[in-house]
Design a protein around this ligand. Sequence first.
Ligand SMILES: [Zn+2]
Length: 288
Amino acid sequence: MRLEDQRESDNIEDRRGEGGRSGFGIGRGVGVGTLLVVLAASYFLGIDPSVMLSLFTGGGPPVSQSTQAQRSAPDDAMGTFISKVLADTEDTWREIFQQSGRQYRDPKLVLFTGATPTACGTGQTATGPFYCPLDQTIYIDLAFYQELRERFQVRGDFAQAYVIAHEVGHHVQNLLGIMDEVQAARSRSSEAQANAMSVRLELQADCLAGVWASHADRTRNILETGDIEEGLTAASAIGDDRVQQQMQGYIVPDSFTHGSSAQRVTWFRRGIESGDIRQCNTFETRPH
Ligand SMILES: [Zn+2]
């Protein structure tokens, strides 16, 4: 991908290393004096310092009190790359929304390690990257990319960008009211029907990721030879049938919530080749 000239996004928050694993973060509101007292008391009384600290700060997990104060942009290569991809989706979707007289609202993106609080409950690495509609935020632990490389043999920067673009696709669905509609319909359905609707929602996010790539390439020439293939490989590798086969050795189509490898490739390709969100109506056609 060519992203050298792209700006970085203002909507990214780096929470990596913020203690998701240990569960022990120190709030900015706690003075050094307090800390020393706490550590000394913990040492002598044998009490876990995080318990002592929560006594001083009036209870509650100390980590959540510091979230606002520690808001920061990433400064490493991977973080900067994500930030540029996010900025590119902002530019692209702002333009597409404008063309149909709508206003795009940028989503937020949080990088974390281990676990982090979200409006949709605690975000976990094991969940993979996800979008929370309640706080309009994308959450990603970059360990997922390592998983993509090692478990699914997916490589390349465009494959990584596609993962972000898919989550931004969910944000677009949220802004357009599609997510709410599907949620309402799902609650009235059987489990198999609800899963089928999730598949359509996921395939649409793939198609929207393709629309982003198409637009961004037309206006900023971001794609290099092989990039589209990289994206298609990624879409194929993380299809439910492939993932299930990897994890449990057999396939249960009714439990698919993302779509098969072939379906994901089809819809991503459809978005990238048409560059038109009207081609992404996965709810009207049979998702082949
Ligand atoms: Zn998704």
